[in-house]
Design a protein around this ligand. Structure first.
Ligand SMILES: Cc1ncc(COP(=O)(O)O)c(C=O)c1O
Length: 395
């Protein structure tokens, strides 16, 4: 398969039309009735990069779908290590990287390994909903350190965090880039958080799955800030958001503390299988050859992000949203949009537009919704038309 030019690539993103997507066997487009536009779950509507599809074909065609080697396909760990170095300036040895079948299973085992039943685990809501279920199902207690909207954007409230910590507080589940607010935390913000972590000897599970999807600024791996911090941190990273591979199921747990990593892996035992072999082949292809596709996707997404901002400002000013610095998600404040207590239900019923309901994201989510703008421009225009018309009472 030859590689498409950047222009062909933008056309491929445009070509993700509604009729094509509705025919795809994917959860995003099959969950709702056929007249609903689904801008919910965090999958992109774009076709997967040619290099990744070619690698998958090649692997299938070699005829071997048996267990991969224990540490993964031969170039898997080197590809991850090289990427962390080249993209984020973070240098780790291959032994610091463990392939896992997804971030959520990794979150479970990391939470269980760094805390005991009844311990408190910190999250920073509004935040990715499975963080709450992980804590609840593991029998840990939730400690909220709510993000604050200071008018310019969401900020961590480190002073409140410091005050809330008790002797039972053990682990912080951190999300950066942050889902759903799209914040990419600055070095100064990360350093302020790091101070609290070190002061209270917390463990950190740092979910950095969206690290490759950054428009403004630079993603800094939390563990890369400081040697002592690196010893207390388990980082979760992978190709599934940036390269649109969520159905393949793969993620990496990374820690420069070999004893901590071994402890997590031992505790997980057979409950945690390795990553599947096709996901490994796809990851190698994406990390070794997918960056031209990713850059084209980021250019397209940046324009989509800005379009959402323009439409809201011009046509629905009661709906507020900060432009995300990373991720392809916009966190919509619908509290003054006149859509009732459950704006998502109204948008679905009247607007035929499916977004993620804000209350699922914990404290600070009431009256909000998450919109996924990783779709073709035509679909996004139609979605914003529907949103605007619903807010204006025209639908
Ligand atoms: C921040 C974050 N973490 C984890 C996940 C899920 O990861 P996985 O599919 O690897 O379990 C998502 C999916 O959208 C996410 O946004």
């Amino acid at each position: 398969m030859s590689r498409p030019s950047p222009i062909d690539q933008a056309q491929a993103f445009d070509a993700a039309t509604e009729s094509r997507l509705r025919a795809m066997p994917c959860g995003k487009w099959t969950r709702y009735e056929p007249d609903v536009l689904p801008l919910w779950v965090a999958d992109m509507d774009f076709p997967v990069a040619h290099v990744v599809r070619a690698a998958l074909h090649e692997h299938v065609d070699c005829g071997s779908l048996g267990y991969p080697p224990k540490q993964g396909l031969p170039d898997l760990l080197p590809a991850v290590v090289d990427r962390l170095e080249s993209r984020f300036g973070w240098s780790v040895p291959g032994e610091a990287v463990r392939p896992m079948p997804g971030v959520i299973p990794a979150l479970f085992v990391a939470t269980e390994a760094t805390s005991a039943p009844g311990d408190e685990v910190i999250v920073q809501p509004p935040v990715y909903p499975p963080f709450f279920s992980v804590i609840e199902q593991a029998g840990r207690r939730l400690l909220n350190d709510k993000l604050i909207d200071d008018g310019a954007g969401y900020r961590m409230d480190v002073a409140a965090l410091r005050a809330a910590i008790t002797p039972a507080t053990r682990t912080l589940i951190f999300c950066n880039p942050h889902n759903p607010t799209g914040r990419v935390f600055s070095r100064a913000e990360l350093e302020a958080l790091a101070e609290v972590v070190l002061e209270h000897r917390l463990w950190v599970i740092s979910d950095e799955l969206h690290a490759d999807l950054v428009y403004d600024g630079q993603h800094l791996p939390f563990a890369s800030l400081d040697t002592e911090l690196s010893q207390r941190t388990l980082t979760l990273y992978g190709p599934t958001k940036a390269f649109n591979l969520a159905g393949l199921r793969i993620a990496f747990m990374i820690s420069e503390n070999p004893a901590l990593l071994a402890h997590v892996v031992d505790r997980a035992g057979h409950r945690m299988p390795g990553a599947n072999v096709l996901a490994q082949a796809a990851t190698i292809a994406a990390y070794r050859g997918g960056d031209a596709w990713l850059e084209a996707a980021l250019d397209y997404l940046r324009e989509n992000r800005d379009y959402v901002q323009r439409r809201l400002r011009d046509d629905a000013p009661t709906v507020r949203a900060h432009p995300p610095e990373g991720t392809y998600l916009t966190w919509l404040d619908l509290r003054e949009a006149g859509l009732g207590d459950d704006p998502c239900a109204t948008l679905l019923e009247r607007g035929r537009l499916a977004l993620n309901p804000g209350p699922d994201y914990g404290a600070g989510g009431d009256g909000f919704a998450r919109l996924n703008f990783a779709t073709s421009r035509a679909t996004l225009h139609e979605a914003l038309d529907r949103l605007v018309a619903t807010v204006r009472g025209d639908r």
